[in-house]
Design a protein around this ligand. Structure first.
Ligand code: TXA
Ligand code: MG
Length: 349
């Protein structure tokens, strides 16, 4: 399949391209597009055949439901029951990086929700994404626009790398602002439960309802007793080709330990990538050192995490060693993705 590509910016929308991409969605095709979290791979959420193509293009497991992207506040168009807390969360955080799970309306086919009777709804803040939804005139089902298992794309070049030849259209925009996927909040239960941490932090959600909590299964390696409720959270995910190891603890000790490990790998003729920060990068004399951003700005770390994992793969490293980050604010989401990329290979000092 030939993939058409158009690059634009949020402050200079190419309306003709968006019109054409909207038409492709209406006709049952696949369009990759930017959002403020990560790039998405979209199809008509109401068309089973179109949605099936998403699963094929990504190589996505059949039991993993898709998020439905909308451009209006009418939750009841796609959900059967809309509790007041869901309305309130939508009013407060939409458009933005929050997905609200509700009981699905019959109009949403079960292929979209992978057989579940709930549906995830999200209104993205990215103007290209919202205009595309409006032009399509339909809700757009969109997972992250990567081959399943790989880190989500935050730049159009990565969508092209993963999906060229497999989708009809790739719309490019700027680098994704948040860099990690949306927060998923299950509003079919009381109190609501966070199934995936993201750009809308637990602290922000608790300002609206103090009882909101995080599914305890997601911050640890899944075992038989405790399974994450979002099907997607159980897979080895966000993973580069090279294995990732996390070193956690006092910063000075972390630096010493990482240098020791790096030396060991180099002695065995292995190429090592180090995920460091602006504050620490100068203390690593060996290895491929990449700064994720500043420790004092966890948002910058979130924005660069997936791209850095892919960059280190491109440099052909055999193993990646990463510092750990404070689990507060968006740091919870950062550590959730990093832990999963590392399959929970964490050394605590
Ligand atoms: O930021 C985002 O949410 C991006 C952009 C493109 O909007 N999309 C995204 O989609 O991350 P995806 O498919 O890569 O991740 C969706 C996550 C998965 O972990 C999935 O299991 C969960 O949301 N999910 C979706 N619908 C669900 C449902 N009805 N019940 C439980 N989990 C659900
Ligand atoms: Mg994904």
């Amino acid at each position: 399949m030939e993939t058409k590509i158009t690059i634009m910016h949020e402050d200079g929308l190419d309306m003709d391209a968006l019109e054409e991409a909207g038409y492709i969605i209406r006709k049952g095709g696949l369009v990759a597009f930017p959002t403020e979290t990560v790039y998405g791979l979209g199809a008509n959420a109401l068309d089973e055949a179109a949605v099936k193509k998403i699963f094929e293009a990504k190589g996505r497991p059949q039991d993993n439901p898709l998020i439905v992207h909308i451009a209006h506040f009418d939750l009841s168009a796609y959900a059967k029951e809309v509790p007041p807390i869901a309305e309130k969360l939508a009013k407060t955080f939409w458009p933005g990086p929050l997905t609200i799970l509700l009981k699905k309306a019959d109009i949403i086919p079960s292929t979209t929700t992978a057989g579940l009777d709930s549906v995830g709804l999200r209104m993205p803040s990215n103007k290209i994404a919202r205009t595309l939804i409006e032009k399509a005139g339909l809700p757009i089902a969109a997972p992250s626009a990567n081959i399943s298992g790989r880190p989500s794309p935050t730049e159009v070049s990565r969508c092209i790398e993963d999906l060229s030849g497999k989708v009809d259209y790739i719309i490019g925009g700027d680098k994704s602002e948040v860099g990690l996927e949306s927060t998923v909040v299950d509003c079919t239960v009381t109190p609501p439960c966070v199934l995936r941490p993201g750009g809308i932090t637990l602290e922000m959600l608790r300002d609206i309802n103090h009882d909101i909590y995080i599914d305890p299964a997601i911050m640890m390696k899944s075992d038989n007793n405790l399974k994450p409720k979002a099907p997607g959270m159980k897979y080895r995910h966000y993973a580069p080709k090279a294995p990732v190891k996390i070193i956690k603890g006092d910063l000075q000790k972390t630096i010493e330990k990482i240098n020791e490990i790096v030396q060991n790998y180099i002695d065995r003729n292995m190429k090592v990538g180090i995920m460091a920060t602006e504050e620490t990068k100068k203390y690593y004399p060996l290895g491929e050192v990449v700064s994720l951003g500043s420790r004092y700005n966890l948002q910058s770390i979130a924005q660069n995490l997936f791209e850095t994992l892919r960059t280190l793969d491109d440099r052909g490293v055999d193993v990646i060693i990463s510092e750990a980050f404070e689990e507060k604010g968006i740091g919870i989401a950062v550590m959730n993705r990093l832990n999963k990329a590392a399959s929970f290979d964490i050394t605590t000092l």
